[in-house]
Design a protein. Structure first.
Length: 618
């Protein structure tokens, strides 16, 4: 066996050549291709261990039916499909009672068939768990900023790289290689992050805004740029200019905690750059005020004519968005007022035109049936457990047992990404075909195949035999995917790029966020497996700044009490110079869900105080 795959760990989707001979272990080689995401075919730790997650003991191998909550008995595929079809048919009489949630590890083909199933059943109640990328991409769509999107290979041709809320040294080493190549050719690197990460070793300048104030940093920079070069303000509508004018650098310095001189120096660097790229990640797109932060970053790039790369932290985040796992868009970000071509292709009289419910809506509204395809990240969502517990029926289609699977009435075993052929779209919007390198365990099947069988039994007018058949349909109807037809994509190992709306006029805007009061807890998601979401309950220690430790009267390895909303707990604290005063950095714990929102899954406001030895916290 000699096959080419894309690593689904992060938004790079690095290409890996897999060689397998009988009785020999898998061997991973660097593909000899000139233009691929991973420069020179290099791989990181995660790519080198790509097989391991699929070999864990907690794989779902057979269809299962709940006997009671959390307990399951094995059933046949025929019975499982029959049960799913009956339940979906019953609830389709009231389509608004159903909710379809897709994970960020679905292939493009699986995501496409999933949303097609939902919409032909009469509902736009469709959403995904690519939380950070969803916020970023929808802001790009709103601003018509496709033309600013850059390729990884274009990074070295810039003289300035701004890394905003992203730590590639630890989370995306192959992205870091492109940045290092740019730096070796004379580019400057500016890092914007409240926490001192390993990426600081590469940066020429670092700005440390207080968490949740990045929106103000971008506004202040916009204000100063327009003050120096007024003609650049012509790109904004009057209402946005009114907002920008309210945030001169001295006011922004007060909000963010960044000295005024550092802000002025940053503006100098931006205005002297001839070509730059802003790359942002979860720190910008999953924090407090994330939507307005991303909007202002895009506007900053727009008036400077810089490139942008909204970097996805996990899997096929970009692809599932392109495929329409959204309550307000059809595939290709097509509005419901332009649904006719989908209706013709899908041979239906009329698709639902009303905007559907998002995950946050589904948590608060009455949903009687949930269909979840790939649970990646769903356990992070505040309120999801209550919503699933109240539902009449929950279908979980996944590769691994998880907290979410415990609420299932029916579990359908799915193949992982490397156990099925399919396409994937990375954060530079490169579409690549990835080949299956191992068989799924037990009776697990590819996501698209399970969904196709259900659609066939429901007589919805579709049935697919191969993922290539699905991709062919995608290439005929999804804007930007015209060049991704199977005959082209499978013969283009370096992949093809999404190409829609690159000539559209920019629609820049600016906004302001809410005030951040008190201290902020920044959560670190630590996982045992590489792209399988796990939420460890053991809370080892938190990081706190020397200034805060002195203020509350504790020493290194002392204990602190952290309170936010309904949770309150004690934890050992380590004093660290890497932490910004006013913040505490904590490994994830499931009780944190109570204090979070879908717009801010990475941080929340909190109170911190010292704890005397022997004091008990419940």
């Amino acid at each position: 066996m000699n096959r080419l795959i894309s690593c689904p760990y992060c938004g790079m989707n690095c290409r890996i050549k897999v060689v397998k001979k009988l009785s020999h272990p898998y061997r991973f080689d660097s593909p000899s291709l000139p233009d691929i995401p991973n420069e020179s075919g290099k791989r990181c730790f995660f790519g080198n261990n790509i097989i391991k997650p699929s070999l864990t003991k907690d794989r779902i191998r057979y269809p299962l039916k709940a006997s009671e909550r959390g307990s399951f008995i094995r059933t046949s595929w025929d019975d499982a499909i029959r049960e799913a079809v009956v339940r979906l048919a019953e609830h389709s009489e009231n389509p608004e009672s159903m909710m379809f949630i897709g994970g960020m590890e679905l292939s493009n083909e699986s995501a496409y068939v999933f949303q097609k199933l939902a919409r032909l059943l009469g509902t736009n109640n469709i959403d995904n768990t690519a939380f950070d990328q969803k916020i970023s991409v929808l802001e790009v769509v709103e601003a018509n900023a496709y033309g600013l999107w850059r390729k990884y290979s274009e990074i070295p041709h810039n003289d300035l790289i701004v890394l905003w809320g992203i730590n590639p040294a630890e989370s995306a080493p192959l992205l870091l290689r492109w940045v290092m190549l740019a730096k070796s050719q004379g580019a400057k690197v500016v890092l914007i992050d409240p926490h001192k990460t390993k990426t600081i070793k590469l940066s020429d300048k670092m700005l440390r805004p207080y968490p949740g104030t990045d929106w103000a940093l971008a506004l202040g920079v916009l204000n100063e740029i327009i003050s120096r070069e007024p003609d650049r303000g012509a790109l904004f509508p009057r209402d946005s200019l009114n907002i920008i004018e309210l945030y001169p650098l001295n006011e922004v310095s007060r909000i963010t905690g960044i000295p005024n001189a550092e802000l002025e120096s940053f503006v100098d660097v931006l205005l002297t750059s001839e070509s730059g790229t802003i790359i942002w990640g979860p720190g910008a797109a999953m924090g407090i005020n994330s939507k307005v932060t991303v909007r202002n970053i895009i506007s900053l790039a727009g008036i400077l004519n810089f490139g942008i790369i909204p970097f996805a932290r996990w899997g096929n985040s970009q692809g599932v968005l392109d495929m329409g796992l959204l309550p307000n868009y059809l595939p290709g970000y097509t509005g419901y007022d332009s649904a006719e071509r989908f209706e013709r292709l899908w041979k239906t009289w009329e698709l639902p035109r009303e905007e559907g419910k998002s995950i946050s809506d589904a948590i608060t509204d009455e949903i009687s049936l949930f269909y979840i395809a790939d649970c990646s990240g769903l356990s992070l969502i505040p309120g999801i457990e209550n919503a699933l517990e109240k539902a009449e029926f929950v279908i979980v289609q996944d590769s691994y047992f998880s907290e979410v699977a415990e609420f299932a009435d029916l579990i359908l075993p799915a193949a992982t990404f490397i156990e099925s052929d399919g396409s994937i779209t990375n954060s530079e919007r490169r579409i690549q075909w990835s080949e299956r390198i191992k068989r799924p365990p037990g009776e697990a099947k590819p996501h698209w195949a399970i969904l196709s069988k259900i659609g066939e039994k429901l007589k919805l007018g579709f049935s697919y035999s191969t993922p290539e058949e699905v991709l062919h349909e995608i290439s005929t109807v999804v804007a930007g995917y015209e060049r991704a037809a199977p005959r082209i994509l499978k013969r283009t190992p370096e992949g093809v790029f999404v190409g829609n709306n690159t000539g559209a006029d920019l629609k820049l805007s600016a906004g302001y966020g809410k005030d951040v009061k008190g201290k902020v807890a920044i959560f670190v998601h630590q996982f045992r497996s590489f792209w399988k979401w796990e939420l460890p309950e053991k809370l080892d220690s938190a990081l706190i700044s020397p200034e805060d430790a002195s203020e509350i009267g504790i020493r290194n390895e002392g204990h602190i009490r952290i309170k936010s909303g309904k949770w309150d707990f004690k934890v050992r604290a380590r004093v660290s110079q890497t932490v910004l005063p006013g913040t505490v950095r904590i490994p994830w714990k499931s009780i944190f869900r109570k204090a979070l929102s879908l717009e801010s899954l990475k941080m929340c406001e909190c109170e911190v105080e010292g704890v005397r030895d022997g004091e008990d916290i419940h």
